[in-house]
Design a protein around this ligand. Structure first.
Ligand code: ZN
Length: 260
């Protein structure tokens, strides 16, 4: 029974570790922010100014190696507010670590994601990203390639931003795609602009939560930028994705907003 359970395509949540985690993401959370206090951090593995890589102190998933990349010393900052230089340095460290982990044969695959806001599933407000080496699971098995494509909003040499016309869940999913390293800076900026659009323009700035999910596939790198709100019951119950019928209007609006 046990071995059957562990062969399944699922991760095991360690409830006793989960109970110890601090929370600062909601207004009424009262934990002290551990990322604001270096003395509370585990040993720092990598450092570039105030950008830090540490092991995750609360490894809530069995058979994984989780790391946290603290993006800035400023607790109230947010990725869409960074200077171009700081943005690129954050992503440079994240990509270096992610690629090193992916080259490590102990992992079947490596998750690289970011949570922001109370509906993102994250627990800490302080801007950070997560890199999680998975010993047992290859995340590619759960992916549909067509969910990463749709009308193009902006393209630059080696990088593009589009909106899914066959989203993974729905309704609105933006995808930044890096096909050549020379597009790395553009790729970072497109992600930043999509996040700014989600937080300040989309739905009149009512969306306060988003996720970034990164994927390495077929020689390219994909980043899914997902505004977060209550997931549709039709997806929760039946796994049927939904697409919005005003994609073209969103593309037109974003073309104006994405101005770099
Ligand atoms: Zn903080």
């Amino acid at each position: 029974m046990d071995s059957e359970r562990h062969d399944a395509y699922q991760l095991v949540f360690q409830a006793d570790v989960g109970r110890l985690k601090p929370f600062t993401v909601r207004e009424d959370d009262d934990s002290v922010c551990p990322f604001c206090h270096r003395g509370m951090l585990p040993p720092i593995l990598r450092e570039d100014g105030d950008i830090l890589l540490v092991p995750n102190k609360y490894p809530i998933l069995q058979n994984t190696d989780p790391f946290v990349l603290i993006e800035t010393a400023e607790c109230e900052s947010e990725l869409s507010l960074y200077s171009e230089d700081h943005l690129v340095r954050v992503f440079q460290m994240a990509f270096t670590v992610w690629r090193e982990m992916m080259a490590d044969k102990r992992y079947r695959s490596v998750l690289f994601l970011k949570n922001h806001g109370p509906l993102s599933g994250g627990s800490l407000r302080h801007p950070h990203m997560q890199l999680i080496g998975l010993y047992d699971i290859d995340y590619h098995e759960g992916l549909r390639r067509d969910s990463f494509y749709g009308p193009v909003i902006h393209s630059a040499p080696g990088a593009e931003l589009n909106i899914s016309d066959r989203p993974r869940i729905g309704f609105t999913e933006f995808n930044a795609i890096l096909t050549d390293e020379k597009g790395f800076r553009a790729f970072c900026l497109l992600i930043q602009q999509a996040v700014g659009f989600v937080l300040r323009r989309y739905h009149s700035g009512q969306i306060g939560s988003y996720n970034l999910f990164f994927y390495a596939m077929d020689g390219a790198t994909y980043c899914k930028i997902m505004p977060r709100y209550a997931t549709t019951p039709v997806f929760m119950g039946y796994a049927i994705p939904q697409v919005t019928d005003d994609l073209d209007a969103i593309v037109r609006e974003m073309k104006v907003y994405c101005h770099y």
